[in-house]
Design a protein around this ligand. Structure first.
Ligand SMILES: [Zn+2]
Length: 714
């Protein structure tokens, strides 16, 4: 999935005529001068391999047919990837099978029975310009993990479907119990599963979620097939799984769904919704909205349709029937690797999901095409005898769209080994819907991500670094974020959920990086997110796909080849300090003493700076004892694991990271246990969570101090 709540603007076309300057400083974080020189050569060779023509060829293969999680086509694509990887030279290529609680539609119908008769088409219309839109295998409207059922009830417009929207309805005397709520996707954006859970808690019989043209349709610009925005019949499919409680197979929370695994009954599965849900196009929503009746909706609830939005409640009645096939099915994860030449038991892991709601032009097949070109390049280097020092593992996940399912099951299956061996996880979901780069990283890896962006060239002619800074400045202006763009805050270090990094960060305790190019994109999860869309709007020349393969690969090769891993723990400390400041902002904190935590952060920062100096000195000397380097690297890998609380955050034991979490809306949530306790003014829990944070800060300060003294002794 991955749809960030942000406004998207096109940057003015600006092409620098200056030649791209070769990286000002030739050093690379984590490399001795000699290794850096070698690495630059290697990166040059690597970057020369991915080509726009091959990106496009791969993209066509993945977008030729709908490839829903668990479908025959998606399973064929798993075989295709495995076959390609073997040809490309990847090693130990395996397909893992997970038997998971899956979801598929059987039938759905929606009819308005009063005050006028209307039968929703629940289908997207074909366009002659794009033959793929005539594919008979495209599904009609459905929501993953909806329950089956039939209901005949009045309809209520509940705006965005957030708790405060129901408060407003209550004030207007409108009760939604037993009724069908109609909500819109955005304004502001929140994950549709949270809308479903909120409707379920409010006692609604069903939820209809529609795309309002104000958010992704004609109010934004030209619509498909003449522009990138959603036409009137586009349907945003999507799952409503409560994976913010626990991701992956709802029946195996915390362990892997390998064939024969123990399962809990569906009634006990907290992430399985207990409400009917259906998405609607604005074409199908309009007759309903027109006939809602009841009080006029507030000004900020009005949408982009040329009609008055009312709250409904009595006048309009609909008959909704949904039949689902929710049952256990196999999902397949493809895994391949290039074994490391020197440190095969240190792993750099890359992943992208394969499953799509329909053709998946942007989501995820742009990422899949970039991955295939990246693996081709890695394979070619290997054939030339250029293996990475550490092992690089690449995975094609299944069922991301259902509940981050494939990556979660794989992460749960190998959690023990990953905690020993994994250096980092680099996720690409949607590689490109445009030209604006958006890079995110846990704070310790943000500096190396920014540094790496300097060595890549954006299709505009600028360095990726400069293009990124410009895109970030525009993005911040639009989002009224008045921080100036600096190297320290260029990468987004606030990481929520909504894609396959979740298990690695929040369950395994691995540092993660996420990469994406954004642009105007109004066809998310609809059939129009396809090959035609990409070739006309998203990335017509496949240059951003190519850049993604290059960037993703160069990052992987830096992590795989570094003499000393390029973590920056002083930067981490500074970010934690910001997290704590934001948590306290505007709140009465008199009942919670955060001084010990703040002191702990200061000490961790001092320790991080000392380690950084010791690392720089050791690298500059050019002489590193390999055994010592391995020990130092193992210690640095342990820092992220130390942020895990085995108990998890209060109420959500699966989410174990104490610095990073996500709200039910998928929005990022820093210091999740502490923040939620403060927001609830639950001071005993807040004090306990602060104590845990303080303890982990002390543990990591000790660890990094010990590492610097070991480097100094040498
Ligand atoms: Zn996706």
């Amino acid at each position: 999935m991955t749809l960030k709540p942000r406004l998207l603007l096109l940057l003015p076309p600006f092409v620098s005529l200056l030649a791209f300057p070769v990286s000002a400083q030739n050093g690379i974080r984590g490399f001795t001068p000699a290794s850096a020189a070698h690495q630059h050569q290697l990166e040059k060779k690597f970057q020369a391999i991915p080509s726009p023509a091959d990106e496009r060829r791969q993209h066509r293969i993945f977008t030729a047919e709908p490839h829903l999680a668990g479908s025959q086509r998606n399973n064929e694509l798993a075989q295709y990837i495995a076959g390609e990887w073997r040809k490309q030279g990847l090693e130990d290529v395996v397909i893992h099978r997970y038997d998971v609680y899956a979801t598929e539609p059987k039938t759905a119908s929606l009819e308005m029975i009063a005050p006028v008769a209307y039968r929703a088409s629940l289908r997207e219309e074909p366009y002659a310009a794009d033959p793929d839109t005539k594919n008979p295998r495209v599904s009609s409207a459905w929501s993953g993990m909806s329950i089956s059922g039939e209901v005949n009830a009045p309809i209520v417009y509940a705006h965005s479907g957030n708790p405060e929207d129901y408060d407003l309805l209550r004030k207007q005397g409108i009760d939604v119990k037993g009724k069908i709520v109609l909500v819109r996707y955005s304004n502001p954006y929140s994950y549709r599963g949270f809308k479903a859970l909120t409707a379920e808690r409010e006692g609604a019989a069903a939820i209809l979620i529609y795309s309002d043209p104000a958010e992704d349709g004609y109010k934004k610009g030209r619509v498909f097939p003449d522009g990138p925005w959603g036409p009137e019949s586009h349907i945003q499919r999507g799952a409503i799984t409560y994976d913010f409680m626990v991701p992956g197979d709802p029946l195996t929370p915390g362990w892997a769904s390998v064939p024969g695994a123990k399962r809990i009954p569906i009634e006990q599965a907290v992430s399985a919704p207990k409400i009917m849900a259906l998405p609607l196009s604005y074409k199908d929503a309009k007759p309903l909205i027109e006939n809602l009746g009841g009080p006029l909706a507030p000004a900020d609830w009005q949408g982009g349709l040329p009609i008055e939005y009312h709250l409904g409640g009595e006048r309009a009645r609909v008959h909704l029937k949904i039949e689902m096939d929710n049952s256990i099915k196999p999902y397949y994860v493809v895994e391949g690797r290039i074994r490391g030449s020197e440190l095969p038991d240190e792993w750099v892991i890359l992943g992208n999901h394969r499953d799509a709601w329909v053709f998946g032009g942007v989501d995820p097949s742009s990422g899949t095409a970039s991955m295939m070109e990246l693996t081709r390049a890695l394979g070619q280097l290997k054939k030339q005898g250029l293996r990475p020092r550490r092992t690089v593992i690449v995975c094609s996940w299944d069922g991301e769209e259902v509940g981050l399912t494939g990556s979660t099951e794989w992460g749960e299956q190998f959690a023990g080994e990953l905690r020993k061996k994994a250096v980092a996880y680099l996720n690409v979901d949607e590689a490109t819907s445009g030209s604006d780069f958006d890079g995110s990283a846990v704070a310790s890896l943000a500096p190396m991500l920014v540094e790496t962006s300097r060595t890549l060239q954006d299709p505009s002619g600028k360095s990726l670094y400069d293009a990124w800074k410009e895109a970030a400045a525009v993005d911040r202006k639009v989002n009224k974020d008045d921080r100036p763009v600096t190297d320290d805050n260029l990468a987004d270090t606030r990481i929520g959920s909504g894609s396959d990094h979740t298990v690695f960060l929040n369950f395994v305790g691995m540092p993660v990086i996420g990469l994406q190019f954004n642009g105007p994109y109004g066809v998310y999860h609809s059939m129009y997110d396809d090959f035609y869309w990409m070739n006309h709007f998203g990335d017509p020349g496949y240059r951003y796909h190519t850049l993604m393969s290059q960037l993703w690969g160069v990052l992987a090769l830096r992590l795989a080849n570094a003499d000393l891993l390029p973590f920056d723990f002083a930067a981490y400390a500074d970010n934690i300090r910001q997290f704590v400041a934001e948590l306290s902002k505007g709140k009465d904190m008199s009942r919670l003493d955060l001084k010990p935590v703040q002191d702990g952060i200061d000490e961790f920062e001092v320790g991080g700076k000392k380690l950084d100096e010791a690392l720089q000195k050791a690298l500059a000397s050019g002489k590193l004892d390999p055994k010592l380097a391995t020990e130092i690297n193992a210690g640095m890998m342990q820092v992220e694991r130390n942020w895990l609380n085995p108990e998890g955050i209060p109420g959500r034991p699966w989410f174990k990271h104490i610095l990073y979490g996500a709200r039910f809306t998928y929005a990022h949530l820093e210091l999740p246990g502490l923040t939620e306790a403060v927001e609830k003014q639950d001071w005993p829990t807040a004090r306990q969570q602060a104590e845990i944070l303080r303890g982990d800060l002390i543990k990591n300060t000790k660890l990094v101090s010990d590492l610097s003294s070991r480097l100094d002794v040498k």
